[in-house]
Design a binder for this molecule. Structure first.
Ligand code: MTE
Ligand code: HPA
Ligand code: MOS
Length: 747
């Protein structure tokens, strides 16, 4: 049975934060933002903004009753700038008006006195200037310095990875409503209800119990609302507190694109060494992450880059160093994959360069060096199984890798302006928040007198279907029909201190907490059911919407609940779940950060037209490790969406700033995301092995498949190289039509 909200979404009937009916007297807010990438703010002149019809107030940092700091991992991230701004688009004042239009016009009219300061936009330049968010970090294994001597092939190179815009369909939005007790109710389109909760408490000075944050659902998040939904909720809260009126703030698309952070661009140097048999012996890389102007989640993202720098390969000697570099761009943030895709690209580029130097197909090197059971990761874990090779081999046999390689070679030999290219991308992705403390969740379950069930967790549904999974798990655990179970929207009043819905852990964490809550209810019902069925408690089975025992006698669920209420058996339960066995020491970079790894492999095929410079991705075939899938359709949807998103990042999506740090690609006309016509044919085989450590034997699926999208770059490059040898220049993404054309024709 589909979860009703999926049908609501399909019919366009689902309500988002911006669709909530506005309470009478609601005001609208919009930020005035810095036109400078780095400047002193000497003074604000409110007169023109206040003269704008409809404008009610202009608020600045001085109006913040609490602390002007919404930093999460690090302090020092002001909600409204004071004295200095560090990127174009940094908010320094809030204009509140009786309509969204008036607020927007007022914000444009606001004037400030700026004194420009020196700017840095490039990560390496920031590194050279010592502009780091924290000291660089290094993950290492074996003895890389000694290993070079044993290498017969060593390749090195440089990679430049572009940024990407999240393009969630729903733009950033919040509605703050003052309460009669001096508290606030906030509706926020956030992946992190407790992140908003804490930040609103900080800026308002209110205790957290006077603030409620509720999230109905998101029209997409993709990481862009893990940290960066917070300022908009805080600004709406600030205005609501000061003016004692409800206040809504929603960005329009160009403002959302200009004012919010994106995927981190990375610049990297690598060196990979192989022995005479083609075994990877040594790998060294330096990653320069362009963090933008504040820490945001950059250091956590950088850490995940380090965790994933060796992808699905056995690399006995490794040293990867990564630096989070502060620049004068809007602060970059979480985006599906959380730094792993960038690091994996670097190694995949290195492998292809080695293959070219050796004159062999990259696939043979890749296959030979995949992780085997017991192989060490640089952070203290070892590969638990041979699933990396199992997925690869299943891909190779089921989708006829050898036959496809031959077909591509034949096609390319036949001349004409088209060339085809093929590549394989394996994936190994660690599941759990790398910050161990975030791996906990809470669920509140009520069974009502009619037998219907309500479950509330901290999970936020952003289109990935986490509520559907939770509902299924609760129904399976209680043995009731899915129709009896409703998943309520997330509210910090029902469940407290929730982790963001992120790191692909939403279902694992919240689903397990929900299951524990359901088990508690059953523990209370069991003795009663046993009594009513005249059998030992252990003989009661909860299934098919009833409690049954071996001889077939049953008591229907609604009757059981009526009896339970009459006998004063508890029908509500609160459960907490913390992923067991996790620990990580960030000073030694050793521990067990992940509950398990997700594996898989994808075959990506592309065609380029060498005359026009156009490229297209023809087909992606995937074998992906999902464990015992809770919903294969949902899993396929996640894999397809992630692949297309990854392809967009690699091919057509190019973020461009001008020399003053102003975003040029600030509309969907100048920033090209893939559409249905660009999407390749996607064939997915779900590998459903038992024994997975995730929810009911399933595995998380949200982020890892984005990495298959990297294959778009390498398949296009292979197609280009089939037409003419390409120079060993810097590998740079996205591989737009413009770059394909200029690289093929040396322009
Ligand atoms: N799928 C949809 N449709 N929309 C989204 O915003 N976000 C992705 C992924 N899939 C996203 C999505 C990201 S970045 C993450 S971390 C996971 O979903 C979060 O949800 P989960 O933990 O429930 O998988
Ligand atoms: N993934 C996603 N989001 C996060 C993480 C992570 O590992 N850590 C903190 N926020
Ligand atoms: Mo996902 S980038 O962890 O929100």
């Amino acid at each position: 049975m589909t979860y009703p909200p999926l049908a609501l979404l399909a019919r366009g009937e689902a309500c988002f934060t911006g669709d909530l009916p506005l309470p009478p007297g609601t005001l609208h807010a919009m930020v005035a933002t810095s036109p400078q990438a780095h400047a002193r703010l000497n003074g604000i002149d409110r007169s023109a903004a206040l003269a704008e019809p409809g404008v009610v107030a202009v608020l600045t940092a001085a109006d913040i009753p609490g602390t002007n700091d919404i930093g999460n991992l690090f302090r020092g991230e002001p909600l409204l700038a004071v004295e200095e701004v560090h990127c174009v688009g940094e908010p320094y004042a809030l204009v509140v008006a009786d309509s969204a239009d008036a607020a927007w016009r007022g914000a444009r009219e606001l004037r400030a006195d700026w004194q420009p300061l020196p700017t840095i936009f490039d990560a390496r330049a920031a590194y050279a200037a010592g502009q780091l968010i924290q000291p660089p970090r290094t993950f290492a294994l074996g003895d890389v310095d000694a290993a070079w001597a044993s290498c017969t092939t060593v390749v090195s190179g440089r990679v430049e990875l572009g940024s990407a815009e999240h393009v969630y369909m729903e733009t950033q939005c919040a509605l703050a409503i003052p309460r009669d007790d001096g508290g606030l109710k906030i509706h926020s389109a956030t992946q992190s209800p407790s992140g908003v909760h804490k930040a609103v408490a900080a800026i308002s000075g209110l205790p957290m119990h006077l603030i409620e944050v509720e999230v109905e659902r998101l029209g997409g998040g993709f990481g862009g609302k893990e940290e960066q939904a917070t300022p908009w909720a805080c600004l709406a809260a600030l205005a609501a507190l000061r003016l004692r009126r409800p206040v809504r703030l929603q960005l329009d698309r160009p403002d959302d694109m200009r004012l919010t952070g994106k995927r981190h661009p990375y610049s990297a140097d690598y060196r990979l060494g192989l022995d005479a048999q083609g075994n990877f012996l040594a790998y060294e890389a330096t990653l320069y992450q362009n963090a933008g102007c504040t820490a945001d989640l950059s250091t956590a993202i950088l850490e995940r880059s380090l965790f994933h720098a060796t992808n699905a390969y056995r690399l006995p000697n490794v040293r990867v160093t990564a630096a989070s570099c502060r620049t004068n761009l809007p602060s970059n943030t979480a985006f599906r994959g959380f730094g792993a895709p960038q690091a994996i690209f670097v190694l995949e580029a290195a492998i292809r360069r080695a293959a070219r130097q050796l004159g062999i197909a990259p696939e043979s090197l890749q296959r030979q060096n995949l992780l085997r059971t017991g192989d060490a990761f640089p952070y203290g874990m070892t590969a638990a199984d041979d699933r990396a090779t199992a997925c690869w081999d299943e891909l190779s046999s089921h989708f006829d890798l050898a036959g496809r390689q031959q077909a591509v070679a034949q096609f390319n030999a036949s001349g004409g302006p088209l060339r085809k290219g093929l590549t394989v991308v394996p994936v190994c992705f660690g599941i759990s928040f790398t910050a161990t403390l975030l791996n906990q969740a809470e669920a509140l379950l009520h069974v009502y007198a009619d037998g219907s069930v309500s479950i509330t967790t901290g999970a936020v549904d952003m289109g990935q279907g986490v509520q559907h999974r939770i509902r299924r798990v609760v129904a399976l655990t209680l043995g009731v029909d899915e129709a009896r179970v409703h998943v309520a929207s997330t509210s910090t009043r029902s469940v407290a201190n929730v982790s963001p819905t992120a790191a692909s852990t939403g279902a694992d964490l919240n689903g397990e907490a929900a299951r524990q809550a359901a088990l508690r209810i059953l523990a209370g019902l069991r003795p009663l059911a046993a009594e009513l069925l005249a059998c030992p408690p252990a003989a009661v089975v909860f299934a098919h919407d009833a409690a049954t025992q071996a001889d077939g006698r049953r008591i229907a669920w609604p009757e059981l609940i009526v009896a339970a209420y009459a006998r004063r058996v508890p029908l509500s339960a609160l459960a907490h779940y913390a992923t067991p066995g996790l620990h990580f020491d960030p000073s030694a970079n050793q521990g067990r950060p992940f509950a398990y790894h997700v594996m898989g492999a994808a075959l990506v095929e592309a065609t380029v037209d060498v005359l026009r410079g156009t490229g297209r991705i023809d087909r992606v075939a995937v074998v992906h490790d999902v464990g015992l899938s809770l919903d294969p359709t949902l899993d396929r949807g996640q894999i397809e969406g992630a692949i297309v998103q990854g392809i967009g990042w690699m091919t057509s999506e190019e973020i461009l700033y001008d020399e003053n740090g102003r975003l040029l690609t600030d509309t969907l006309a100048s920033y090209k995301i893939p559409d249905l016509y660009d999407a390749p044919a996607i064939d997915i085989r779900l590998r459903q092995d038992a024994g997975a450590a995730g929810l009911l034997g399933s595995k998380a699926v949200g982020e890892p498949p984005l990495i298959y999208g990297l294959g778009a770059y390498f398949a296009l490059r292979a197609a280009m190289a089939a037409w003419r040898p390409l120079p060993d220049e810097v590998q740079q993404t996205p591989l737009t039509a413009e770059r394909i054309f200029t690289q093929l024709h040396d322009l």
